[in-house]
Design a binder for this molecule. Structure first.
Ligand code: CA2
Length: 158
């Protein structure tokens, strides 16, 4: 079964424990179960990870790129968290790996502070899911699956 990588950036280990008004009450373990269930229904397994370190996320994107090139994975769902707004290394890794990525944000970043309105990752993402709460992860897994099934239906930068 091909793998869907689900990669989470800094502070998302706190999900469900702080700021429930912004991010809801589901924990990251709940999100992992949601992704695994969604992926299983589509014939995939999930490799679910979280890191507070930018370089570790770069390593994992490269790993996901190699697995996808080898036909062992279909791409990655990525919530880069605050690195969305600051990192050049993450989009460079995605571009370098030629990896299909669906970017997810739990909150609607466009309703929040100005500095959250721009993501460097979005430029190299196949698609972006914003503001659906943790349900966005299930939508992103599904979207990645559908992009694999309809390879000419997506956008220019997949
Ligand atoms: O809405 C999202 O998913 C974000 O990627 C979450 C990031 C934020 O910096 C982005 O602008 C939008 C923050 C992740 C921190 O997660 C926490 C969860 C619960 C409590 C505290 C932090």
């Amino acid at each position: 079964m091909p793998t869907v990588y689900v990669l989470n950036g800094p502070n998302l280990n706190l999900l469900g424990r702080r700021e429930p008004a912004v991010y809801g009450t589901a924990t990251l373990a709940d999100v992992e179960r949601l992704c695994a269930d969604t992926a299983a229904g589509l014939g995939h397994t999930v490799d679910f990870r979280q890191s507070n370190r930018e370089g570790e996320l770069v390593d994992w994107l490269q790993e996901a790129g190699a697995a996808t090139a080898a036909g062992d994975a279909i791409g990655a769902v990525l919530n880069p968290a605050a690195y969305s707004h600051t990192s050049i290394a993450l989009p460079d890794a995605i571009e370098g790996a030629g990896l299909p990525v669906v970017e997810v944000h739990i909150s609607n970043v466009h309703r929040r502070e100005d500095f959250r309105h721009h993501s460097h990752v979005s430029r190299v993402a196949a698609g972006v899911v914003v503001g659906f709460g943790v349900l966005g992860y299930a939508l992103a897994v599904r979207g990645l699956h559908e992009l694999g099934r309809h390879p000419t239906a997506g956008g220019l930068f997949r």
